[in-house]
Design a protein around this ligand. Structure first.
Ligand code: HAM
Length: 413
């Protein structure tokens, strides 16, 4: 029996890279003063149906549904923003005017067509910032994403921005957009023809050539922004320019989920070799209305983003994936059986000092054992042989290649 299509096993060097990715993301989140939260993998289907939009791909085609024994409709969560919003309300974590900075790391599930960097079970790292309506929260979120891309040594990407305006702006815009597509209906793909009634915004980001042609002349949302929305978007752009962050404005960027308003963005890979062209690495935006939709008595400004960890690793450069050598690792090699007991005692001495230690008791040549130590990225080899008659061992540093004889009770001090 093989694993389920679209899922992945992690072992050997891949689990090392995955662990390093997790560690790096947690470190950056800590630098930005965000705290970790964990929410359940199982949620009520209703949560996503109500807040992602009934006509979005996730709801119409991609959710893993199940009924429990009491016939409750549950799903394996497809994303993190709706669950985190539920969590902050349910646990009354939002105090008025107090910002809340949260992050999460965990598996998400979407029934999509698997391909490079697209899985049915994938890990997302995501960030949600509540109760901060300033333009600086837009900048902070973009700086957070930039830092991640830098740390993963990813250089081939572009940042695209747009603003979806408020609900009122979008209502006005959708009327005009619908009319435009209806007038050009016969030239659109059959998928997009269906979307005119159901989810007209999504036609704008269609990748099909026939749709792209029609999209070229489609009315732009920017023509319907209010003065405040225009000014907010311009201020965000000025901040990005002041911080020397490159961007492109894409009025056809819409995002696939219904909860967004105003500022939205995507970091898109331009690395056609490791990932197909135009794979989105990180995506997010503002969703100031979601909390109020969940609970009519509450309101919270909100902005966030999420990234696919597997996708990020595919895009990351070799230097990120190289395992980091840990100082304080010891690989103990007893020269023959006679020295096994003393090696075991040295192991115990170092373990109490919190080092990572491995003893190789195998009956192999010394050179072979040393090459094993190097292969598994140990820094120090302890050779336990006749020097133990004087209470000493040989320590060889595999990085500097230096070798010295030291007293047993001085190892690791
Ligand atoms: P999303 O655009 O659906 O947004 O997903 C965010 C990121 O998750 C994508 O850019 C991609 O890197 C990764 N991703 C999505 N689907 C897959 C897949 N099937 N396989 C691998 N990676 C995938 C959200 O989920 C929003 N909740 C983001 C957000 C947070 N907005 C505000 N806060």
């Amino acid at each position: 029996m093989n694993k389920v299509k679209g899922t992945k096993d992690y072992f050997d060097s891949e689990i090392d890279s995955f662990a390093k990715a997790r560690e790096t993301l947690f470190k950056i989140a800590n630098n930005f003063a965000f705290s970790e939260v964990i929410t359940p993998i199982l949620e009520h289907e209703e949560l996503f149906k109500r807040f992602l939009g009934l006509e979005t791909d996730i709801i119409t085609k991609e959710m893993y549904r199940l009924n429990d024994k009491k016939n409750r409709a549950l799903v394996l969560r497809p994303e993190g923003t709706a669950p985190i919003s539920r969590m902050v309300l349910e646990n009354k974590l939002l105090k008025q005017n107090q910002t809340k900075r949260l992050f999460y790391f965990g598996p998400m599930f979407r029934y999509e067509r698997p391909q490079k960097g697209r899985q049915r079970e994938f890990y997302q790292f995501g960030v949600e910032l509540f109760n901060d309506k300033t333009i600086f929260s837009n900048l902070l979120i973009i700086q957070f994403c930039q830092t991640i891309l830098q740390e993963f040594a990813i250089t081939k990407f572009k940042l695209q921005l747009n603003s979806l305006g408020s609900l009122a702006t979008r209502k006005k815009y959708l009327v005009v957009l619908k009319k435009y597509y209806e007038d050009n209906k016969t030239k659109l793909s059959s998928d997009s023809q269906e979307r005119i009634e159901k989810n007209v915004l999504r036609i704008l980001d269609s990748k099909l050539i026939e749709d792209k042609k029609i999209n070229l002349k489609a009315p732009k949302i920017s023509q319907y922004w209010s003065e405040d929305e225009k000014s907010a978007f311009n201020q965000t752009i000025e901040l990005l320019q002041a911080c020397k962050i490159d961007y492109e404005i894409n009025y056809q960027l819409v995002r696939g989920l219904d909860y967004y308003n105003d500022f939205i963005f995507e970091f898109i890979s331009t690395d056609t070799k490791n990932l197909g062209a135009s794979a989105t690495l990180i995506a997010g935006g503002r969703y100031d209305g979601l909390i109020n939709q969940l609970d009519k008595n509450e309101h919270a400004y909100a902005i966030g983003f999420a990234l696919g960890v597997e996708r990020l690793l595919l895009a990351s450069a070799k230097e990120f994936k190289k395992p980091t050598l840990k100082i304080g690792d010891y690989y103990i090699i007893p020269l023959n059986n006679e020295y096994n007991l003393i090696a075991a005692k040295i192991f115990d001495q170092l373990r109490k000092m919190d080092y990572k230690i491995f003893i190789n008791y195998d009956d192999q040549k010394l050179a072979k054992k040393i090459s094993q130590a190097a292969k598994h990225n140990y820094t120090n080899v302890i050779i336990v042989g006749e020097e133990t008659n004087n209470n000493n061992v040989i320590i060889k540093n595999l990085i500097t290649r230096k070798q010295e004889e030291i007293e047993i009770n001085k190892i690791g001090t």
